[in-house]
Unconditional design. Structure first.
Lengths: 166, 569
């Protein structure tokens, strides 16, 4: 009987990686930078891409996986079209980010780190976005939203959903 | 006539980009500047007219027309709230932030930029630079407060054909953002400080390790490095000397522990960011085993000023062994939140009340948190403590990178300690057992207490574990992780005891709260409809009731009730 755990691995286009990995050299390249670029291509780090990185660079699979799971920026699951990053910094905590979090989970219907069923949003918590005076804040893609309240959250998500529906 | 809009991350979050768009649509040329520090006044619009700057604060979209009217009639507001605020501070690091266009090297040069570098390369020896920094008494602004000259001397004395100069811009402390502001608002001052540092230690290569969460900072730094290279401040034979220095950016991937020097070096090498034992110190064996010097952003941004004005000018400012100024990120329940740069030695009370304007909604002050997850909470009785390394350390907190989060009586201190411990527990790299498992156990105890299941022996256990985690951890993260718990236990022990007795007076810990409907209920049924677990029962126009077993303490009912008939106890 052979191992069957590779059966559930999603198929990806590995050709997208060839240019990136061609420029790799063990002297000056940095695995973290490589993984950041892989994530830019796919939106997350697919298992097959990690195998490919290991194969081409000669770095052991275990080490590639070890680095990929150490840093919070790396995601091993696909993300939705819009990435919501809710700040969990101290100032946001003191100013009520917990209420915002409850509201956000309710509106999206997902847990932290998960993607909505329609593939539109993924919601994650982040340590601090550095906009502490405007707490609580969140970022959706590159846009920062400040002074959030549960009510405001609802409007923001609805607006994006409406825009996408057009 | 020129219009300038504050376009730091905070300004943009407050809506500056919409304001910029509107002015552009009306045909105005809009200039850019960084964060001036008065974040609570964002978005800020400046109208430059005949050598004078007229400032508009908290500009909303619909006020743009009014500003355009003012420009046409040449009638400007008399009051400048921003200048009033800044005049209360002493600015060295932030001197250009929010004043110059961070994407223009000419703006920086106009403010005597790169003159310190010229002075260094024309008249000073590396040892002379180190001597001057020693005279200034500058200490690391990243957290530990280690003398900068000492690190530079060690790296200078190290033998090696290649040396590295690294800037730690991995500002991981949740609640501090001064480094972001410098990177976004005045990136050239950091670059100049780095080049001078590299010259002093003899480094030919350098790297700025920036948090990935700061995309705008990375972009502005890239622009600044490119400009500095074109003008000959970076690269080969800088300003005609035989000194070469190349600088690049490395985006971090999100790990708080990478603020620790050896972990940062591991991360630069593409490894998991885990600290190692010292010695050897990075000054002897750092990046790829070459001598490496690591300084924080704020530390380096002080360097050009010190070189230009002299070590004595810097050491004149400050208090006892803490010289110069410190930038604090004043946030939380304070009226005028933002970045404040004050001379070391100013009391906490002055910072919070004179500069910060006091507590939001004039509520009573409860505590101020300094130093983030490695720091501690300071109570009102110690508000006259001067902000200086040794004095703050005595309270059990640390100056740290400068996060200063103010709390009022709506903050539960046990929940606050839990919040920080959740953070450090999550960010522990896992190398040391006490840090990995000890913080987890401490967190479980705190969870127990905030869930109303704590016992009086828990406090003893918590204290005991705190000291063991401190002793049993190799790096700063573990050694300081128990500080938030220890300081709250020291100054707010009564709150822990109250929780064990089943009360959270601040009304934060959900499990200890009880919602009750009182007789003034009119029976409007709004709360009943709002309750997600159908815990509220009652007929129309009759007093309703909450089934305590079903209630999940979400508070929806109290938010919906218009008659104040629901109480939270």
């Amino acid at each position: 009987m052979s191992c069957s755990c590779t059966n559930n691995i999603e198929e990806i286009d590995l050709n997208l990686l060839s240019d990136l990995l061609k420029t790799y050299n063990s002297e000056n390249s940095n695995l973290i930078t490589v993984l950041q670029q892989v994530q830019d291509i796919y939106g997350y780090l697919p298992r097959k891409a990690l195998y490919e990185v290991a194969k081409v660079t000669g770095i052991k699979e275990a080490k590639v996986y070890g680095v990929a799971t150490f840093y919070s920026q790396f995601r091993l699951k696909p993300v939705g079209k819009h990435l919501i990053m809710l700040c969990q910094g101290t100032a946001c905590h003191v100013n009520g980010s917990a209420m915002v979090e409850v509201a956000l989970k309710e509106i999206l219907g997902v847990h932290e780190g998960d993607m909505t069923l329609d593939g539109m949003f993924t919601y994650i918590n982040v340590a601090c976005l550095g906009c502490c005076s405007l707490a609580p804040v969140m970022m959706i893609d590159d846009q920062t939203y400040a002074n959030l309240t549960p009510g405001l959250i609802k409007g923001i998500i609805e607006d994006i959903r409406l825009e996408e529906a057009i | 006539m020129k219009i300038v809009v504050g376009g730091g991350s905070c300004g943009l979050a407050a809506g500056a980009d919409f304001i910029i768009e509107q002015f552009k649509e009306e045909g105005f040329d809009v200039g850019l500047t960084g964060c001036i520090g008065t974040c609570y006044l964002e978005p800020i619009v400046e109208v430059h007219h005949k050598d004078k700057i007229h400032r508009y604060t908290n500009v909303f979209k619909d006020q743009v027309d009014q500003i355009i009217m003012d420009i046409k009639c040449l009638e400007f507001p008399l009051e400048d709230l921003v200048t009033n605020e800044i005049n209360k501070q002493s600015r060295i690091v932030l001197k250009n932030c929010g004043i110059i266009n961070p994407e223009s090297i000419d703006d920086y040069l106009h403010k005597s930029g790169y003159q310190a570098l010229e002075k260094v390369l024309s008249y000073m020896t590396p040892q002379g630079v180190i001597k001057l920094i020693k005279k200034s008494g500058l200490r690391g602004r990243g957290g530990a407060g280690f003398p900068t000259w000492f690190k530079w001397q060690a790296a200078h004395d190290s033998l090696g054909d290649k040396k590295f100069m690294v800037c730690n811009a991995d500002e991981g402390d949740p609640g501090a953002f001064m480094d972001r502001s410098v990177l976004e608002g005045d990136p050239h001052s950091l670059i100049e400080g780095m080049i001078i540092g590299a010259y002093a230690i003899g480094a030919s290569k350098g790297c700025v390790y920036v948090r990935a969460e700061y995309p705008l900072a990375i972009k502005r730094l890239e622009i600044a490095i490119d400009q500095a290279e074109r003008r000959g401040y970076l690269g080969e034979n800088i300003l005609g000397s035989d000194f070469n220095f190349k600088l690049h950016i490395k985006a971090g991937a999100g790990a708080f522990v990478c603020g620790e020097e050896t972990a940062l070096i591991a991360s630069l090498e593409g490894e998991r960011g885990m600290p190692r034992l010292k010695p050897p110190f990075p000054a002897q064996k750092g990046y790829k085993d070459y001598p490496t010097n690591i300084n924080n952003v704020e530390t380096l941004a002080n360097i050009p000023w010190i070189i230009s004005k002299g070590g004595d000018a810097f050491s004149k400012i400050g208090y006892k062994k803490s010289y110069g100024t410190k930038v604090f990120a004043l946030t939380g329940k304070v009226k005028n939140g933002g970045l404040v740069e004050v001379p070391m030695g100013m009391t906490l009370r002055e910072v919070i009340y004179t500069i910060g304007g006091g507590i939001k909604d004039n509520k009573p002050f409860k505590a101020v948190q300094l130093g983030g997850p490695s720091g501690g909470c300071i109570p009102e009785s110690l508000l006259d403590t001067p902000v200086a390394y040794e004095n703050i350390n005595k309270t059990g907190a640390i100056v740290g990178s400068g996060g200063m989060v103010v709390m009022d009586n709506s903050t539960c201190m046990v929940s606050m300690a839990k919040f920080f411990l959740e953070f450090t527990c999550h960010e522990s790299c896992g190398k040391c057992t006490y840090c990995r498992i000890g913080t987890r156990q401490m967190l479980e105890i705190l969870n127990r207490i905030t869930n109303g299941k704590g016992s009086s022996s828990d406090i003893e256990l918590l204290e005991d574990l705190s000291y063991k985690v401190k002793e049993g951890s190799m790096c700063g993260l573990g050694q300081t992780a128990p500080n938030p718990v220890l300081t709250t236990l020291k100054y707010f022990k009564h709150e822990y005891l109250e929780h064990i007795e089943g009360k959270c007076k601040a009304g934060v810990c959900g499990a200890l709260l009880k919602y009750e409907i009182i007789d003034t209920c009119l029976g409007c049924t709004v709360c009943k409809k709002a309750c997600p677990t159908s815990a509220i029962t009652g007929q129309l126009k009759k007093v309703h009731e909450i089934d305590q077993d079903k209630c999940i303490k979400c508070g929806h009912c109290i938010d919906k009730c218009k008659f104040g008939a629901i109480l939270r106890r």
